[in-house]
Design a protein around this ligand. Sequence first.
Ligand code: HEC
Ligand code: HEC
Length: 332
Amino acid sequence: MRKVFTFATLILCIESSLVASSDMSKFLRPIEVPYPQNNVPTLERVELGKLLFFDVRLSKNNDISCATCHNPKAGWQDSMPLAVGDEGAIGSRNTPGILNAAYQHHQFWDGRVKTLEEQALGPIQSNVEMNLSLDEALSRLNSIQGYVELFDKAYPNEGITKDTLAKALASFERTIISSDAPFDKYIKGDKNSITPEALEGWKIFSSDKGKCLNCHDGFNYTDGSFHNIGLNTDDTGRFNVKERDAWFGTFKTPTLRDVTKTAPYFHNGSIYDLFSATDVCAKGGENHNVRNYSTAMHKLNLTKKEIEFLVEFMKALESPDIDIKIPTVFPQ
Ligand code: HEC
Ligand code: HEC
C-alpha cells in the first residue's frame, strides 16, 4: 500500500491555485508524493538521506557519491554518454536525471526494481559505480558516531542497517521533485508563460501529427511503460529482467521534464543534443526493422521547423533547479 504526504513543510513546493481545465490537469504533478507505509517521511529522515546522498564515504575509494553521477546542478545526472564509476569503470547505460523518480512505478531503464528503497543499495555495491560491499558500507557508517546519532533520531532503535540506509536515501529522493515549469503555468491559466513556438510544439506533440502522447503522457510525460523505439543497440533492455519476447529491446519511456538539462540522450547516451534526439523519435527511431519494434512508433515526416517547435515545447517543461544547500560538512 502506498500513502501520500504533503511535502510543503520540507521542500520548496509551489502550490498555486489550480485553474486547470479538467482534461489538462493530468499534466500537473500531484502535490502529494507517494511513499511506502513503512517509511513515512520526516525531516530527520530527509536530512539524513541528503547527507548520505552527498557522502563519498559510501564508495570504495572515498571519491564517489550518488551526487557524483546525479548532480543537482546538471538536472541530477552526469552529462556523460555512459556513467563513470569506481576507478574510471564505464557502465553500460546513461545516467537518468532522478527528478520525480519518486512517482515512478519502476526504476532503471529496464525497470528491474520498483521502489526507491529497492533501488538505493544497488549503486553502492555495483562494481562500475561505488564498488563498496554492503557489509563494508554499514561498518563504515557504524564507526561514524555522528551517523549513529542521526540514524537513531531518524529511525529510533532500528540501528544502521541496509534497510535504514535505503530508507533514508529514498526519503531524500522523495524531495527531488519538479516545481512549476512554464507549461505548468500555461495549463494553470498564464497564457503568456510559453512562447508561440512552444505552443506550436505542443500542438504537434499532442496531436496525430506527432503522436508523442502515445508514450510521453501524463505529468511526467511518460506512460511508465517500456517500448522498443528502434535504436541501434545491443542492449536487450527489459528482456534482461525476464526473457519475455514482448520485452525484447524495450526501455522505460523517460520523463521529458527537465530533458533540456540531461543530454546526452537515450539509454546508451548515443545522441548528444535535444534536436537530434527529437528528430530520431520523429523518424520512428534509427532502424524500423529491429526485433519487437513498437507499433506505437511512426515515421512522421516532420519538417526541420516542426522538430524545432517540438524542442521549444520541451524547453517549456524545464523547471528552475531545486534550491538545495549542498552539504559541505559531514558527520564525524
Ligand atoms: C557511477 C554513476 C552512478 C552513481 C554513483 C549512482 N548512480 Fe544512480 N544511476 C546511474 C545509472 C547509469 C542509472 C541507470 C542504470 C540502468 O538503468 O541500468 C542510475 C539509475 C538510478 C535511479 C533510477 C532512475 C530512473 O529514472 O530509472 C535512481 C533512483 C538512482 N540511480 C539513484 C541513485 C542513488 C540513491 C545513488 C547513491 C546510493 C546512485 N544512484 C548512485 C548512475 C549512478
Ligand atoms: C512508442 C513510444 C514512444 C513514442 C511514440 C515517442 N517516444 Fe520518445 N522515447 C520513448 C522511449 C522508450 C525512449 C527511451 C528509448 C531508449 O533510450 O531506448 C524515448 C526517448 C525520448 C527522448 C530522449 C529522452 C532522454 O532522457 O534520453 C526524447 C527527447 C523523446 N523521446 C521525445 C519524443 C518526442 C518529441 C516524441 C514525438 C515525436 C516521442 N518521443 C515519441 C518512447 C516513445
